[in-house]
Design a protein around this ligand. Sequence first.
Ligand SMILES: [Zn+2]
Length: 122
Amino acid sequence: MPTREEFHKRWLALLLTVDLPMRALVRRHIEAATRITLCECGCHSFDLHFSEGLILPPLTEKSGLFCEFSYETNHEFELDFLLICDQRGYLASVDVIYSIANITPIPDDIEVRGLKGIWLSG
Ligand SMILES: [Zn+2]
């Protein structure tokens, strides 16, 4: 069974293949992160950390959801990815959500199928 770190690498690689709005800038934010930490609750969500004083072109004008995309999976539920920005407009976290309200753990053998959609917030 893949570890959460292995899943994380998979989701990050997947995210970088999606034709997101401001895709090049999203990549730049990810590459600028000095550290990425997995959510403490045990889910697949992760946070990005930047060095103090780092200046990046922002993704959003204020904190909150930047965009969302979701994939069909080989299981009952789809896998949703929410890109959330901090007050500077920097990509602060990526919520990885499986099923309604994220109450079901992600199955160990999950695989993504087709991209269902990309939604830009606001
Ligand atoms: Zn979590």
